[in-house]
Design a protein around this ligand. Structure first.
Ligand code: GLU
Length: 293
């Protein structure tokens, strides 16, 4: 059997906190214990929020924690052409459609629908796409695009599921409801997800599955907040002919207020803890991880 391949894939849009430390150390330790490889990927497709100083800080914080990664680091912003090709394939298969509603328009549509009955929400609590994109004719789409209108390319999830049939994944960790083992993918719970926008030929969901496959990742170890995203990832893997890694979703490190940590909360930023004199060993201890070997 080939050695397993793990990865840590942070976005450089803020400073790393204890939750990131937990995920990175868990991946690193699992790789080390299994004789596997640990890769680092910088998920920087959102150029409006990502900043070079945050990327530099990621390397710094991880090295301080005693983490070593296999070079080269993969930076998603350097592979936009590759993502564009996948979008072209999905488009050629008739699985994408442009949706022209702005975020504000979507909010208005949802509010209008909700005056009658609750509108369905995705596993993150965001309302499903309520717009008319899928129903527009080819001419209507063309004329709006030619007129320069902004748009999002959405996946026709029902059509995609019809093409793939039922899907599942192997979960070695657990979902928020304790789901484990063979988990049935339910991509329809997200509605028609955005896979690209006019000005950016990809999205989190698309880049993550392409990169995991290209980097030969066999084990995806990440926070439970991404558990149900795996449904979308499985669908995309199947549509694009990519292998499915094993998944291990871990529980989240919560703040004293019982809430998920945020990149903007200073108290749990690794840089702050380090400045306050904490050692990497103390961080491991606080996270209930075994000492470094
Ligand atoms: N870039 C994502 C994040 O920072 C993680 C992606 C993943 O592990 O699949 O939350």
């Amino acid at each position: 059997m080939l050695p397993p391949v793990f990865r840590f894939a942070p976005s450089p849009n803020g400073r790393l906190h204890l939750g990131h430390a937990y995920s990175a150390l868990l991946n690193f330790d699992l790789a080390r214990r299994s004789g596997g490889r640990f890769l680092l990927r910088i998920e920087d497709i959102d150029q409006t929020r990502c900043r070079p100083e945050f990327e530099a800080a990621i390397y710094d914080d991880l090295a301080w924690l005693g983490i070593e990664w296999h070079e080269p680091v993969r930076r998603q912003s350097e592979h936009l052409e590759l993502y564009r090709q996948a979008i072209d394939r999905l488009q050629a298969a008739g699985l994408l459609y442009p949706a022209f509603e702005s975020r504000a328009e979507i909010a208005r549509l949802v509010a209008a629908r909700e005056r009658e009955a609750p509108w369905p929400r995705d596993p993150d609590g965001a309302p499903l796409y309520p717009g008319e994109g899928r129903r527009l004719s080819a001419e209507q789409r063309r004329s709006r695009i030619d007129a320069g209108a902004p748009f999002a390319l959405r996946l026709d999830v029902a059509a995609a599921q019809q093409m793939t049939g039922p899907l599942d994944w192997q979960e070695l960790g657990a979902g928020p409801g304790g789901e484990t083992g063979t988990v049935i993918a339910e991509p329809q719970r997200w509605g028609d997800v955005v896979l690209a926008r006019k000005e950016i030929p990809t999205s989190y969901h698309l880049s993550v599955v392409i990169d995991d496959a290209l980097q030969g990742v066999t084990e995806v170890v990440r926070g439970q907040d991404l558990f149900w995203s795996t449904s979308v990832h499985r669908l995309l893997q199947q549509l694009l002919g990519l292998p499915a890694p094993r998944y291990r979703h871990h529980s989240l490190v919560l703040g004293d207020d019982g809430l998920k940590l945020s990149k903007s909360t200073k108290a749990t930023a690794l840089a702050e803890l380090r400045a306050a004199g904490l050692t990497p060993a103390a961080i491991r201890d606080q996270l209930a991880l075994p000492p470094a070997t």
